[in-house]
Design a protein around this ligand. Structure first.
Ligand code: FES
Length: 241
């Protein structure tokens, strides 16, 4: 997008923002320290796509996984996703409505069980018994019909859609995007979406290359850059000017 500012043409624009995070050591069954990368889009509803290769518990009925969803505010991001027979998927807040302790993933005969004071909930969040008086908050799910389920988080002001952006075992994130000749591209990293930053981060042009570039000219073709996040989570924006 080209914006007019003070009568001057400001050609600097955001090409793309992605969110990265190191998710879920332990509880969700994917390897500790694994980098997840998602694309941030303008919009009101965040959509988090869970591929079954990353969450194999969801390949079968009664499979259940507890995780923190990257890019979602911490008040909403701790969820339990459960698959029930007939391709029914449920996503609910993991926080017990009694005193906020995390419930366990679904187990037959136990439901979603809170170990603190033994409240129990159905996979869809409905309270069954225990000191908790109300049901768990639930989120809409969208089954792909094959190998993934999406979870919707409404009213966030932005959306996050998982996108295939490679995260290397060495901890780098690969950014791939189309470029225009005559334009310069740089990358910025922020802790939250609202942070204002103007300092470009250094990137490499190959996975094993030196992280010493701060901008690069577009070629008219596909560009691949690699950055090394210094924190566990944050937002990466590709700038074009
Ligand atoms: S916090 Fe869950 S039952 Fe008390």
């Amino acid at each position: 997008m080209i914006k007019m500012m003070n009568g001057q043409m400001n050609r600097r624009s955001v090409l793309r923002t992605i969110m990265f995070t190191t998710v879920c050591a332990g509880a969700c069954g994917i390897g500790p320290g694994r980098l997840f990368v998602s694309r941030v889009l303008a919009g009101e509803t965040a959509f988090f796509q869970m591929g079954f290769d990353d969450f194999p518990q969801l390949k079968q009925s009664y499979g259940s996984v507890r995780l923190r969803v990257p890019g979602i505010p911490s008040s909403k991001n701790f969820i339990v996703v459960t698959r029930m027979p007939g391709n029914q998927f449920y996503a609910v807040s993991a926080l017990c409505t009694h005193r906020g302790v995390a419930v366990n993933p679904f187990k037959k005969g136990m439901g979603l069980f809170c170990p603190a004071h033994r409240s129990q909930f159905e996979p869809n969040g409905k309270r069954v018994e225990g000191p908790a008086r109300s049901s768990l908050n639930s989120f809409r799910t969208v089954y792909s019909g094959a190998d993934a389920v999406g979870i919707e988080f409404p009213d966030l002001g932005y959306s996050v859609a998982t996108e295939l952006v490679e995260a290397g075992s060495g901890g780098y994130v690969k950014l791939e995007f189309e470029t225009l000749t005559g334009m310069e591209y740089s990358v910025q990293v922020r802790d939250t979406l609202n942070d204002v930053v103007s300092v470009p981060v250094k990137f490499a042009l190959t996975p094993n290359g030196a992280f010493n570039r701060t901008s690069i000219a577009g070629t008219g073709g596909t560009m691949q850059l690699y950055i090394e996040p210094s924190k566990d989570a944050g937002f990466v924006t590709i700038m074009r000017e």
